[in-house]
Design a protein around this ligand. Structure first.
Ligand SMILES: *Cc1c(COP(=O)(O)O)cnc(C)c1O
Length: 247
């Protein structure tokens, strides 16, 4: 019998990550309830999601559409798994020909950085569902290789997205340049928080700051993160994008 040892550690790892979030929130003088954990399950099998579900995790983040849809249908068929209680967050780059299934199969999209994508998501959001929750992805370090709108262009994009009928603009998301230096981590997240506060000063009423991953969630929480997106520290290292993710 083959036992994947990593799988049986998901409970422990979820407990540890949750404790870190709790600690970081208290250290920042924040209510831990104001920081929600998104378990980033990209490249992980549906069974790993089911295990996290059994522990009590409900919000999951996925980057690759087809992989996510395949795993969703596996999970939907598991007896006793309350499918409707799951919350799906799309956090990867979006091609414009994928907006219809994304709008139909996710409750949140964190990676909107172009008006055209936002318009298509609004058009394609099914009538029977509530508006799609949107975070605009910001390229806070102006890295040429990274997705995200620049801070300079953010106000115009936010203004154009706000009136789209089938979307609800909820906040901002960023993936800063990787660094182990906590001061640098905080400085990057502070830029996103400042942009968030500037929009709210104009009356946007945003309530979500999606920032912080396995290596920098404490710094993100110190700067006001309301969502942290954590993969590796819950599910272990990602072998490759082409795992057999259905098993
Ligand atoms: C993969 C990914 C994460 C999770 O990163 P870890 O370092 O594995 O915690 C978070 N956000 C986005 C957008 C990702 O693509």
């Amino acid at each position: 019998m083959i036992i994947d040892n990593d799988m049986h550690k998901i409970d422990d790892k979820l407990a540890k990550v949750t404790a870190r979030i709790h600690q970081a929130a208290l250290a920042a003088g924040r209510n831990p309830q104001t920081v929600q954990l998104i378990a980033v399950s990209k490249t992980q099998p549906a069974a790993a999601i089911a295990e996290a579900y059994a522990w009590g995790q409900r919000a999951f983040g996925e980057n690759y559409l087809q992989e996510a849809l395949d795993k969703q249908s596996v999970l939907q068929a598991i007896p006793g798994l309350e499918w409707r209680s799951l919350e799906w967050h799309f956090i990867g780059p979006i091609q414009s020909n994928k907006t219809r299934p994304i709008a139909a199969h996710f409750g949140w999209v964190h990676s909107v950085d172009r008006l055209k994508i936002a318009q298509r998501l609004s058009e394609h959001r099914p009538d029977g569902l509530p508006p799609l929750n949107i975070c605009v992805q910001v390229n806070i370090d102006d890295e040429t290789t990274k997705s995200g709108i620049s801070l300079a262009d953010l106000p115009a994009l936010a203004a154009a997205i706000q009136p789209l009928p089938r979307l609800q603009l909820r906040g901002l998301m960023a993936i800063p340049a990787a660094t182990n230096n906590p001061a640098q981590q905080r400085a990057a997240f502070a830029k996103l928080r400042n942009a968030f506060e500037a929009l709210n000063a104009q009356g946007y009423g945003l309530d979500c700051l999606s920032m912080g991953m396995s290596g920098d969630m404490e710094a993100a929480i110190a700067e006001g993160a309301t969502f942290v997106r954590v993969g590796t520290d819950i599910f272990g290292a990602r072998a490759s994008q082409h795992n057999n993710f259905l098993t």
